[in-house]
Write a protein that binds this ligand. Structure first.
Ligand code: PMP
Length: 417
């Protein structure tokens, strides 16, 4: 049973009505970026046509209106992920920006030689490389949770990696390559139980960052219920604009961290002798931000809320089950990522074919999927494959599109064999 009215929803996404290579577009590359609703596009147009002004520093009407709208957008994000305070929402350039912020500021404050950070085999490069950079600088050690053949985290092995040297655990909520939904709530509970006090503060163990880039567009996230310390995500994967993202952090923890970048807006007072820093969230928002990005993101959240996240999740689950069943009927297909709990990502290989050849052939039929390593090279090494073909669905996709896609893959395989 689903409550999604695809016909109505699709009318809101202008790009879905264009043709690609003479065929109606079938857009199955939502894991890379999602399409934008007319409502989001209208907010962006209206801002530049009627409202454009810099925020936080002006006393004139336009500046005050823009400031109010930007701060309202922050509240929309706060409510969307159920953060306790709006100043726990830091606007960044995206998930990558958010993780780099934490790696740099957290690393400066909390990391010493011999300390350990734990990530997993299925991380996106943006949840690997920032930690490698800071570990190199601080002579800290990066440890990696293994996965099983279905693409699920080995929780038994994870427990063995935790020690009083663990300073931070950074895990993806949903894998962009496998679709695995990780049991982040359970992981956070384990961290809280298994990491003894680090000595920084009484009762304080390892910190936890969740990379929510692929989770927030598909499932309800409640940062207080999760009890994570940081949660990072991108606007463009959740129907908002590119170049804007969010770092959620608990107030007390953000207050303790040093600023990431210096510049306007993040200061209280500046003299050549000494600068004092602004309060949250501004301490972490140096310079003129992506104002219209924030407004567009809030419009995307309003749109998702209108449909209902539970409806989105249920509908996408049906799409994934349908596509999985159908693709399995193609001879020689191997699905990469068969976790019990999956979001709407379908990675696959077909014996005797190269994923990019399949991608290129079906592109000629108007179908957009992604092929390659999906910025998860260590994960590809774990499966001993160079890459996969990946179809990733959003709530505006339909069962008919899946039929078109399956027929196209069958045709491509026939041509390639
Ligand atoms: N983490 C995951 C799981 C992702 O899928 C992505 C984007 N593919 C990122 C991080 C990076 O997001 P962005 O490029 O928007 O910063």
């Amino acid at each position: 049973m689903n409550f999604i009215n695809s016909d109505k929803i699709r009318k809101d996404f202008p790009i879905l009505h264009r043709q690609v290579n003479g065929k109606p577009l079938v857009y199955f590359d939502n894991g890379a970026t999602s399409q934008k609703t007319q409502q989001v596009i209208d907010v962006i147009n209206r801002y530049y046509q009627h409202e454009n002004s810099n925020i936080h520093r002006g006393i004139h009407t336009l500046s005050q209106e823009a400031t109010d709208a930007y701060e309202k957008a922050r509240t929309t994000v706060q409510q969307f992920i159920n953060a306790q305070h709006s100043h726990e929402i830091i606007f960044t350039s995206g998930t990558t920006g958010s993780i780099n912020l934490v790696a740099s500021s957290f690393g400066k404050k909390h990391l010493q030689a011999g300390d350990e950070i734990i990530i997993s085999t299925m991380e996106h490069h943006s949840n690997i490389v920032p930690w490698q950079l800071i570990c190199e600088e601080k002579e800290a050690i990066l440890k990696v949770i293994p996965i099983n053949d279905k693409g699920e985290l080995r929780i038994d092995e994870f427990k063995k990696l935790l020690s009083n040297k663990t300073k931070l655990v950074s895990i993806t909520h949903v894998s962009n390559t496998l679709g695995t939904i990780n049991p982040v709530k359970e992981i956070i509970k384990i961290v809280r139980h298994h990491t003894p006090p680090s000595g920084e503060k009484e009762g304080e163990g390892a910190f936890i960052l969740i990379d929510g880039a692929q989770a927030v567009p598909h499932t309800k996230v409640d940062v207080q219920a999760l009890d994570c310390d940081f949660y990072a995500f991108s606007g463009h994967k959740m129907f908002g604009p590119t170049g804007v993202g969010i770092l959620y952090g608990k107030e007390a923890i953000l207050n303790e961290l040093p600023p990431y970048q210096g510049g306007g807006d993040m200061i209280k007072t500046v003299t050549f002798e000494k600068t004092t820093y602004n309060e949250l969230p501004h301490k972490f928002e140096a310079g003129t931000p992506n104002i219209v990005g924030g407004l567009g993101l809030a419009a995307a959240i309003d749109y998702m809320n209108n449909i209902g996240i539970a409806n989105i999740e249920a509908y996408e689950h049906e799409l994934l089950s349908y596509a999985t069943e159908k693709i399995k009927q193609i001879e020689g297909v191997r699905i990469i990522g068969e976790a019990a709990n999956k979001a709407s990502v379908l990675s696959f290989l077909v014996d005797g074919t190269h994923p990019s050849d399949i991608g290129m052939i079906i592109d000629k039929l108007g179908i957009a999927i992604r092929t390659g390593h999906h910025c998860t090279e260590p994960l590809m090494n774990r499966f001993d494959i160079p890459g996969t073909a990946r179809a990733s669905f959003a709530f505006y996709n339909t069962f008919e599109e899946i039929d078109i896609f399956i027929n196209a893959v069958k045709r491509a395989v026939k041509m390639l064999k």
